[in-house]
Design a protein around this ligand. Structure first.
Ligand SMILES: [Zn+2]
Length: 264
């Protein structure tokens, strides 16, 4: 899951609104405090024996007639371009350390996109409605065929709140991934129309950051908690939430590396 960034709480991996701890200024006459640094992390992802996506195939699904709009289509195109780039980039190579002797994690591919407009998400949509939308679109073969490595990324238009269990987008999360009741791997990315999900970024950069987080988690922990997981800190993206870097022309989130013992 990708948690919102609370205003005034920089680098808050657990999303609990804890403020960053800064090094205090020294005595009078001395200039200053050193630049704040992130606290050293002690995370360790361990493998729980479940599936891993060894050659991910990403399908993007844009739900709602709002995506017919010209500006929204430009956003969708930017996201599709991002996935084409990222699945064949060093971002995926970073995940190789989480391969096993049976399951080597390599690069993947972008497998296609669809716009679903025969049903409408409304202004508030539940996780189960999103699962049904995906199942329905697959059944009508309007989505690229599914393989064992397919992840469907479902995008909602601006103004649509996603409700998953008791939690809501822009209050508790900015995105999540899961396996559906029907066995589909999917991620849900609401439009970031709140400060908590934008941080200091523009919408496209915020979207690619959240997408990179969920993509890495869908590959290394496709059934949440059954792949690579840290009982205290969660999945590979959660440990490094809201720490970003530029990759090519895109904003992506850092990921936890057991090997480096750092967010990289
Ligand atoms: Zn996450």
């Amino acid at each position: 899951m990708s948690a919102p960034r609370r205003p005034g709480a920089a680098r808050d991996p657990a999303g609990q609104g804890r403020p960053i701890r800064v090094v205090p200024m020294r005595g009078a006459g001395e200039l200053v405090a050193p630049a704040p640094r992130a606290a050293p992390s002690t995370a360790q992802l361990t493998y729980r024996g479940g599936p891993l996506l060894t050659a991910v195939e990403v399908v993007t699904v844009f739900w709602g007639a709002a995506w017919n709009d010209v500006a929204a289509q430009a956003t969708a195109q930017a996201l599709n371009g991002f996935f084409q780039f990222v699945v064949a980039s060093p971002y995926l190579d970073q995940l190789a350390e989480y391969g096993t002797s049976q399951l080597k994690i390599g690069r993947g591919r972008y497998a296609g996109t669809a716009r679903v407009t025969d049903t409408a998400p409304g202004t508030s949509v539940t996780d189960s409605a999103i699962q049904e939308m995906l199942q329905g679109a697959l059944a009508r073969t309007s989505l690229p065929a599914r393989t064992a490595n397919t992840v469907y990324f479902a995008f909602l238009p601006p103004g649509v709140t996603v409700v998953a269990g008791s939690e809501r987008s822009c209050q508790a999360f900015c995105g999540y991934h899961d396996r559906s009741a029907g066995g589909l791997y999917y991620a849900v990315v609401p439009y970031p129309d709140c400060t908590g999900c934008l941080g200091t970024l523009g919408p496209i950069d915020a979207l690619t950051s959240v997408c990179s987080h969920e993509l890495a988690e869908a590959i290394t922990d496709p059934v949440p908690g059954q792949g690579w997981y840290d009982d205290a800190k969660g999945e590979i993206g959660d440990i490094c939430a809201w720490q970003n870097k530029q990759l090519g022309t895109y904003e992506v989130q850092l990921l936890w590396s057991n090997r480096a013992q750092a967010c990289v």
